[in-house]
Structure formats: structure tokens, C-alpha cells
Design a protein around this ligand. Structure first.
Ligand code: SAH
Ligand code: F3S
Length: 449
């Protein structure tokens, strides 16, 4: 009988892409997809290890799944991805009912691991990292949609002192340009309108003499793709060629995610980031000046070992100066194996981390609100991807500058843009120009023209 797999994904977009990859690998081996855990013969939890909280959450989830496994011993329960790589031993001892533990480079062997787990009582563990594995030629099984991910780079060689990624995802390697372009073509043929190129430091891409800028040009040329996004670039890789390419190619999303981490050069040096606060600021302000239509978002860590009040104030100051459109903000979480865990005591008290995080979030909300408000009265191109969960009559989507935008169809007919309600219905995948009529901290409200 065909066995059904249910995959649950935690963490970043790269994990979402990896789940689609696993789905493809398993489908090619004859597995079917289950819609929920109850209907599944195999449950895979694809995990994140970036902060301790992420891992705690997954242990919690496994606790919830344990009774299911006790009820149906033939059920195969697997943990995949970064936490499987990081906490293989703890998983084997704390959650002995887990049957498969598979790291990010073991996905081709998943069908065999599941097969073995069905016959054997002990957990099947495969956490071998592989410098070459890019899953080239392996089809992903994607949910139909507007936006599709293409992983162009796996692993990371930067070894920022706080970060576990190089240890759990291994060394940096990149998919050759021809394979990137053929994947993008496949997405276009399947009806995807937007492609998001993924990697830890995509701007460092360099394969067979093809730079990231050149790769963007080749992806941009694929017919049927209306918008090209990428995440994340690394702040030191922005040469004139890349900036010019971004500015010139119309289908590139008007948005840059530039992880800064801290506004204190002393802390950045300690983190082994390869730029100073001044250099980051110069880049961000250059983007603001030369490409004012681009939104800029960032990642910031508060409470890194040794961060004092002055360091933190520099982070606030940098945030205030750049006025990020949005930011992911985190309390430092010590990760075993990393250089910071080995050399720096996690010495900023939890209460201080929390207090700094709240101050930073308050400032960021203010910045986001201002950046959104500044767009009122302007025109934005929105790629429709669904409906407003609070009002199903309102389509929603993302502006090119990556702002979540609700489209008010009722007022567009009032404004005489159209008269027939049916003609106004906007389906996911449509790209519409709209005038921004209102804004909130995280949302734009716009009327299609
Ligand atoms: N490749 C990205 C980072 C990927 S990890 C880059 O260019 O920097 C996503 C984010 O998680 C990081 O930007 C960082 O802000 C956060 N992060 C990573 N390790 C962390 C840790 N130990 N504690 C708290 N936040 C962390
Ligand atoms: Fe992590 Fe730094 Fe790479 S944050 S993913 S080691 S760029």
C-alpha cells in the first residue's frame, strides 16, 4: 500500500524549500502526501537550530506527537534538518520514540532510512555532511502558488561567532548557473510568477565565472517570471555592478534584506562580521539615496556577549539613521560549537536582553510606521497572493518593495476605475498597479487603478 507522508516545517525559507525537496524525493520513491498528521504513515518534522527557543519548541511538538506514535507503533516519526544535525544525541536519548534523525545533507537517503526504520527498532541516524550535495537534478514538490523558492547556495563559510549555520548546514556550495536558470524556467512553466533565490550569503555567489549580478540577469530573462527576489545578501558584497543591476532590472523586487546584527563596530568585530557600522551605514544610505524606491529590512541581535549599554545605543542610533522598513530582532542565544559559545560567556542578563529588545522593537515599529506612511499617495505594483484573512472580499499581496498590501476593490469601483464587480476580481498571480490610500505599521491599504 502507498504510504503517506506529512511534513511539518519550522524555521526559515530555506527550510520551506528543503521540505519541498524532501517531498519531491519521497514522491519519486512512491510515497503519497498526507494532509495532516492523523492521516500519515510517516511524519517528518523539519527543524531549526538557530536559537535555543526554536529547539525547545520542537521538543514540545515531539511530546505532543508521542501519543500518536504509541497508538500506532507502525507510524514512522522523523526529525530532519538543522536540529537533527545539532542535537542528534539528545534526540536519540530524550525522544527515543523518534525513528529517523536526518541532517540537511541526508535527504536523498530518506526513503531508505524510512524503509530501515520500519524494520528496525532503533533510530536510524544519518547526519553526514557533504561538501558537494546541492540536490542538483532532484525535483522539488511545491504547493501550487505565486512564489517559488530556488536554493542557489547551501551552507555558509562566514563563521560569524554566534551562528550555528556553518556547523549544521556545512560548507558553502552553489548551484551552477545553468541549473538555477532551468529550475526557474520550470517554475515559470508551472505557473509561478515570482521566484525567490535562497542562500545564506547569496551576494557571494560566484560559479563558473558567473557573479550574483550576472545570475540575476539570467534569471530576470526567464519568460513568465514577473518578479525576482533573493535572500539574504551579505553586506560586504555590494559592488557597483550589483547595485547597478538591481537598479536597472525592472522585475527585481524593490527590497533588500541586509542583516546588520549590531550598530557597534566593536561588537561587529567580535562577531567576525566583515564590516564596520560605518561601512554598513554607507551602503544603506547609498541605497536610500540612489535607489529610494527600495525597502530595506534587517536582522539585529541584542545582548551579544559583552554588549554594553553604549554598544546597544549605537544599534539604536544606526536603526534610527537607516530607518529600516522592517526588522527581525532577536535576543542572543548561545549555540554550542560556535566560537562565541567557546570563548565568550553569555554575560548579558536575560532581563537586560529583554529590556533592550523592547526598546529596539519600539523604535523599529516607529520606523516601520513612518516608512509605510511615506508611501501614501504613491503607486505600488502588487503581486496578488491571496485574500485578507479579516475580509475575504479583499485581495492581498506584496508590493514590489515587499510591503504586505490589502487591496480595496469596493473603493476602486467608487473611483470609477471599473464598474463590474466580477471584472474586478483579482486572482492570485496577477500583478496590479494600485494607489496607496492608507498605512499601518505592517500593512498598506491600496486601491487598484
Ligand atoms: N545569512 C544571514 C543569517 C542567517 S541566520 C546573514 O547574512 O547574516 C538568521 C538570523 O538569525 C541572523 O541574521 C541573526 O540575526 C539571527 N541569529 C543567528 N544566530 C543567532 C543566535 N545565536 N542568537 C540570536 N540570533 C541569532
Ligand atoms: Fe550565520 Fe553569518 Fe553565515 S550569520 S549563516 S555564519 S553569514
Amino acid at each position: 500500500m502507498t504510504r503517506r507522508v506529512y511534513i511539518e516545517t519550522y524555521g526559515c525559507q530555506m527550510n520551506v524549500a528543503d521540505s519541498e525537496l524532501m517531498s519531491g524525493i519521497l514522491a519519486d520513491s512512491g510515497f503519497a502526501t498526507a494532509d495532516n498528521e492523523r492521516d500519515a504513515d510517516v511524519i517528518l518534522i523539519n527543524t531549526c537550530a538557530i536559537r535555543e527557543k526554536a529547539e525547545d519548541r520542537i521538543f514540545g511538538r515531539l511530546g505532543w506527537l508521542k501519543p500518536l506514535k504509541m497508538e500506532r507503533p507502525e507510524l514512522v516519526l522523523g526529525v530532519t534538518g538543522c536540529m537533527a544535525e545539532h542535537l542528534r544525541d539528545q534526540l536519540a536519548s530524550k525522544t527515543p520514540y523518534v525513528d529517523v534523525i536526518a541532517g540537511p545533507d541526508a535527504y536523498r537517503r530518506l526513503p531508505a532510512l524510512i524503509e530501515q526504520a520500519t524494520r528496525d527498532d532503533s533510530a536510524m541516524i544519518d547526519v553526514r555532511l557533504d561538501r558537494e550535495e546541492l540536490y542538483a537534478g532532484q525535483r522539488s514538490q511545491r504547493a501550487r502558488g505565486v512564489s517559488g523558492f530556488v536554493t542557489i547556495m547551501r551552507g555558509c563559510d562566514k563563521f560569524c561567532t554566534f551562528c550555528i549555520v556553518p556547523y549544521v548546514r556545512g560548507r558553502e556550495r552553489s548551484l551552477p548557473p545553468d541549473l538555477v536558470v532551468s529550475e526557474v524556467r520550470e517554475l515559470a512553466e508551472q505557473g509561478f510568477k515570482e521566484v525567490v533565490l535562497l542562500g545564506q550569503t547569496v551576494s557571494s555567489y560566484a560559479v563558473d565565472g558567473v557573479s550574483f549580478a550576472e545570475l540575476l540577469r539570467r534569471v530576470h530573462a526567464v519568460d513568465g517570471i514577473e518578479r525576482v527576489r533573493f535572500t539574504s545578501p551579505y553586506p560586504t558584497d555590494f559592488d557597483d555592478e550589483l547595485l547597478q543591476t538591481l537598479a536597472e532590472l525592472p522585475k527585481i523586487g524593490r527590497h533588500l534584506h541586509l542583516p546588520v546584527q549590531s550598530g557597534s563596530t566593536r561588537v561587529l568585530e567580535d562577531m567576525r562580521r566583515q564590516y564596520s557600522a560605518e561601512q554598513f551605514l554607507e551602503l544603506a544610505l547609498r541605497v536610500r539615496r540612489e535607489m529610494p524606491e527600495f525597502g530595506i529590512s534587517t536582522d539585529i541581535i541584542v545582548g551579544y556577549p559583552g554588549e554594553d549599554e553604549q554598544d546597544f545605543e549605537k544599534t539604536l542610533e544606526l536603526s534610527r539613521t537607516v530607518e529600516f522598513d522592517s526588522a527581525f530582532m532577536f535576543k542572543y542565544s548561545e549555540r554550542s560549537m560556535t566560537a562565541a559559545a567557546r570563548k565568550r560567556p553569555d554575560d548579558v542578563p536575560e532581563a537586560v536582553k529583554s529590556e533592550r529588545l523592547s526598546r529596539l522593537i519600539a523604535l523599529q515599529n516607529e520606523s516601520s510606521r513612518k516608512r509605510h506612511a511615506r508611501l501614501v499617495g504613491q503607486h505600488v505594483d502588487v503581486l496578488v497572493d491571496g485574500v485578507n484573512p479579516r475580509d475575504e472580499a479583499q485581495p492581498k499581496g506584496r508590493s514590489s518593495c515587499f510591503k504586505s498590501t490589502m487591496l480595496d476593490l469596493s473603493s476602486s469601483s467608487r473611483h470609477g476605475a471599473a464598474t463590474d464587480g466580477a471584472a474586478l476580481a483579482l486572482a492570485p498571480g496577477q500583478l496590479v498597479r494600485a494607489r496607496v490610500e492608507g498605512s499601518a505599521t505592517h500593512t498598506l491599504f491600496a486601491v487598484p487603478l
